[in-house]
Design a protein around this ligand. Structure first.
Ligand SMILES: Cc1cc2nc3c(=O)[nH]c(=O)nc-3n(C[C@H](O)[C@H](O)[C@H](O)COP(=O)(O)O)c2cc1C
Length: 200
């Protein structure tokens, strides 16, 4: 299902076409595509080039990682993640390796890397859906994640499936319109809350 951003402003196709579906096909994802997706994440910017991101990637039916990630998800997310072929746990390192000080930008940097994953995935014909709904303690324990690392989000990756196969309560948002704040309310110039002239 296509749900492009409703905008007349010319933006990159991958950004325009990205959205977060819940109806994933169980079709496996080609390993070379997965490699390209994580290579894109690798080239994201980060504070002091710390590259605080770490990814635990679970392929359904291969080993135990997928099942362990699935097990950490909230009940609600589990409902739609059953068919997702790739589940990823995104983790960030909380301190700078160079001086052991707290890295206040670790989650910010991880988020950027996640955005790169989403955009590269779109270019590969794949969809992503990020999730905050999971139990961080369970994920930490299951994967023995050290104290200095924070399990931050999870992500589903795969091809689009069939919206009608989703539980009924999820079909509405799946088929519904995407919405965003007006650009004039988020881009300011001169003064706080005063829209920039170029967004008029
Ligand atoms: C950090 C983060 C956490 C999210 N957590 C969940 C989640 O637990 N479950 C879910 O179904 N969607 C989750 N979402 C998806 C958002 O609801 C979705 O990105 C938002 O509604 C915008 O829709 P779009 O991505 O289709 O443009 C999350 C997204 C982000 C970035």
């Amino acid at each position: 299902m296509n749900k492009p951003a409703s905008t007349t402003v010319k933006i990159l196709d991958e950004i325009k076409n990205r959205w977060s579906p819940r109806a994933f096909s169980d079709k496996p994802v080609e390993p070379e595509k997965l490699k390209r997706i994580f290579e894109a994440a690798r080239w994201s910017a980060s504070s002091f080039n710390e590259q605080p991101w770490r990814f635990l990637a679970g392929i359904k039916g291969q080993g135990e990682t997928w099942d362990k990630i699935f097990y950490s998800l909230s009940e609600w997310n589990q409902k739609w993640c059953k068919t997702v072929p790739i589940l990823v746990l995104l983790v960030c390192k909380k301190s700078f390796t160079r001086n052991d000080k707290i890295n206040a930008w670790a989650e910010y940097d991880l988020g950027q890397a996640a955005a790169y994953i989403s955009i590269q995935a779109m270019a590969e014909g794949l969809y992503t859906h990020q999730m905050g709904g999971f139990n961080r303690d369970t994920a930490r324990e299951t994967f023995n994640i050290p104290e200095d690392f924070e399990p931050t989000t999870m992500m589903a990756i795969g091809y689009y499936g069939n919206a009608d196969a989703l539980p009924e309560d999820m079909q509405k948002s799946e088929k519904g319109e995407r919405s965003r704040k007006e650009i004039s309310t988020i881009v300011f110039a001169d003064k706080w809350n005063e829209m920039a002239a170029f967004v008029k």
